[in-house]
Design a protein around this ligand. Structure first.
Ligand code: AMP
Length: 179
């Protein structure tokens, strides 16, 4: 099964993604981690991606789609995956239609998301207040239209992201029919 997870930063995508990965025995893939890995390399692409991430902007669609396609071409992903952080734009969603069976949206208010991120003990380089604000703005501007697109296709599951980790997990597996 190919499942994607959508939600603002702090909505619990990686926690739920890892739980689902165990439950379904398919790998968990984080687009942000793939980019952080590229950004750690001393290459012109690495520097470009690092700058874009640290400013809180999205990586251009074309590059994002190319990097992900290349990454998922490895045989370990052929029977499915849990994808966190992609698609974040309608262009990405349309380019990747066959790579999505169901989409899970972890709904969370901006206020709670900001509170959760500020309470994290380990901060990443791209978690400055300015970058976090820009990322939340990008979510409303570019990713909310993706939700409407997925809803129209009938594959979107909406989950209240303010519940406990366990309750959210139970809700998701029930909706996916794997409880
Ligand atoms: P994340 O770990 O999901 O918060 O992603 C960290 C950063 O990676 C984002 O702020 C973007 O700069 C970049 N990124 C991750 N996923 C995407 C995507 N689907 N499209 C464009 N940029 C992305």
């Amino acid at each position: 099964m190919k499942i994607i997870l959508i939600g603002v930063q702090g909505s619990g995508k990686s926690t739920q993604g890892n739980l689902l990965s165990k439950k379904l025995s398919v790998p968990y893939v984080s687009m942000g981690s793939i980019f952080r890995d590229i950004a750690s390399k001393d290459s012109s692409l690495g520097r470009e991606i690092k700058n874009t991430m640290n400013e809180g902007f999205l990586i251009p669609d074309e590059k994002t789609i190319e990097v992900l396609r290349d990454y998922l071409s490895s045989p370990e992903y052929s029977s499915g995956y849990i994808l966190d952080g992609f698609p974040r734009t309608v262009v990405q969603a349309k380019a990747f239609e066959s790579g999505i069976d169901r989409a899970v949206y972890l709904e969370l208010s901006d206020e709670i998301a900001l509170k959760r991120i500020s309470e994290r003990s380990e901060k990443r380089d791209d978690e400055t207040p300015g970058a976090i604000k820009k990322r939340i703005d990008s979510f409303h501007k570019f990713t909310e239209p993706v939700l409407h697109h997925l809803e129209d296709k009938g594959i979107l599951i909406r989950v209240d992201g303010e519940q406990s980790v366990e309750k959210i997990h139970q809700h998701i597996i029930k909706e996916l029919g794997i409880a």
